[in-house]
Design a protein around this ligand. Structure first.
Ligand code: BG6
Length: 497
């Protein structure tokens, strides 16, 4: 067991608004459990769960223990009990006055501890909670606030939330979470690019033909129908997760890992993204919604059945072709795709290098291009496709072959969940993996160019069966697989020429 506790200079109080919610039980408490298991936090630290439901701390702890059991394999009783021993539960009502809420007492004589407020609530009340904390006199120099995504439903509402929160917290105290940035494999993108010389030299428009980022999910919207229907795949996944992945792939090397230096570079990518117009919105975007489907396990409900409505224009699949208009990436198509109810869950980034300029081998007309595939989940793998000669006499016969680095073969440790890293960064005061306000604004500005044109050009959802590979088959007619549908926009463009 590693002893990290000494790394943290001070003890902390973590205050979770929405402390009995789904996110808290699935992600936040399990993350705290594992950090306790690894001695990175201790029983000197404190967790205050706040929610509106009437119950005592004791009742909450019993509930929490059951929840931990659901989300953690081989739960260690001793560690779970240690965690419970530092958890307090208070009923809180932000509409009520200072006197009616007991929180301030909890913080008496704790000025020197890190005080992190985690807002695991709808973003629409982030401003109100910040003002509530201010009224209670709980915001001090050691305070930080963690804002869960999605931050607003469009540029305007996201800016309103940011402005409101900024009345009470300085930017250096605000931690906007995008949990993709906490994933080990996503952080590895930085190492892959900036700790290896061979890639960086060919990481540009001269050598790269196109970049493809795909996040496919096999799940549907589950019990989050009401929430999801207000967002859709574009706002739920592209505005944050896919754009953050793109930033890490496309940004210039930052001078150091300093939070602002990294975020300055990411911001430049977002600002260079080419906005969509009424001409490109129909050729360079595809949106879809899943209908009923079946798998070997049985029938899958349609999106409308999942959200229990007769009608909805919300997309559960989106594919975009875009460009980063700068010197490094000028003219390189970038494909972003994400969808729910795909046959498999996987996230990957594919860098397709250009073909060799001239083929000296008569045996084959086209030589396959080199391809770097970075598989982020469920398994973590890096593959570099190259051409190799097939052994034997009789000329040069060759075929594509991949050099593979499978993480599981080389790293036996459990991969910590994104929230473990992110929570510890909040406590340590490291904002590198959190989105700065101007980044959020720039990504919403670009997303607005899609939303606006989808609306004005009445771009329809193409239906696809749940459990299939997306609406590609309908768009492309002759191509049926999700893998091939990744090229849907490209194929369309070739026809247009
Ligand atoms: C969340 C989205 O941010 O990310 C969900 O709101 C989505 O709709 C989830 O399912 C995907 O995260 P992961 O870590 O499972 O890829």
């Amino acid at each position: 067991m590693k002893n990290h506790a000494s790394e943290l200079k001070t003890h902390f109080d973590l205050v979770i608004f929405g402390g009995d919610g789904d996110l808290s039980f699935r992600k936040i408490y399990p993350a705290l459990y594992y950090r306790l298991l690894e001695n990175q936090i201790s029983t000197e630290d404190r967790i205050l769960a706040l929610a509106r439901n009437e119950r005592t701390s004791e009742e909450f702890r019993t509930m929490l223990k059951t929840e931990l059991g659901k989300h953690i394999e081989d739960l260690d009783d001793k560690i779970a009990d240690d965690l419970l021993s530092i958890v307090t539960y208070y009923v809180v009502d932000i509409e009520k006055s200072k006197e009616e809420n007991r929180i301030p007492k909890y913080f008496e004589n704790t000025e020197d501890r890190v005080r992190a407020f985690y807002l695991a609530t709808p973003a629409s009340i982030f401003g109100q909670i910040s003002s509530f904390l201010n009224e209670l006199g709980l915001i001090n120099d050691n305070s930080r606030v963690v804002l869960e995504k999605p931050l607003g439903t469009d540029l305007k509402s996201s800016e309103e939330i940011n402005i409101k929160v900024a009345e009470y917290f300085q930017e250096k105290q605000i931690y906007r979470i995008d949990h993709y940035l906490g994933k080990e494999t996503v952080q590895n993108l930085m190492v892959l690019r900036f700790a290896n010389n061979i890639f960086e030299r060919s990481w540009n428009a001269q050598e790269i033909d196109n970049i493809q980022i795909t996040v496919a999910e096999s799940l549907g919207v589950g019990t989050r129908g009401d929430f999801y229907d207000k967002y859709g795949a574009l706002k739920d996944m592209v505005q944050n997760h896919l754009l953050q992945l793109l930033c890490l792939i496309a940004m210039e090397p930052p001078v150091t890992l300093d939070a602002d230096q990294v975020r300055d570079e990411k911001l430049k990518v977002l600002k260079a993204l080419r906005p969509f117009t009424k001409e490109t919105i129909t050729t360079n975007t595809v949106r879809g919604q899943y209908t009923r489907g079946k798998t070997k396990e049985g029938h899958l409900a349609s999106y409308l059945e999942d959200i229990n409505k007769y009608d909805s224009g919300t997309e559960t699949f989106v594919a975009l072709k875009t460009y980063i208009d700068n010197w490094r990436w000028g003219g390189v198509p970038i494909y972003l795709r994400t969808g729910k109810r795909m046959p498999h869950r996987f996230s990957e980034i594919v860098i397709n290098f250009k073909h060799v300029p001239h083929n000296i081998f008569p045996e084959k007309k086209d030589i396959d291009n080199n391809k770097l595939t970075i598989r982020l989940q469920p398994e973590e793998r890096i593959e570099l496709q190259q051409m190799v000669k097939i052994p034997g006499p009789g000329g040069y016969r060759y075929k594509p072959f991949s050099l593979e680095l499978d993480y599981a073969d080389h790293f036996n440790d459990r991969f910590p969940d994104a929230y473990e890293r992110l929570l510890m960064d909040v406590v340590r005061g490291n904002q590198t993996l959190f989105m700065r306000r101007d980044e959020v604004k720039a990504s919403w500005e670009w997303i607005e160019s899609i939303l606006k044109n989808w609306k004005s050009e009445k771009v329809p959802n193409i239906l696809y069966e749940a459990g299939t590979k997306g609406p590609g088959e309908l768009v492309m007619n002759d191509e049926t697989s999700w893998v091939k549908s990744r090229h849907v926009i490209k194929v369309q463009e070739k026809k247009d020429k």
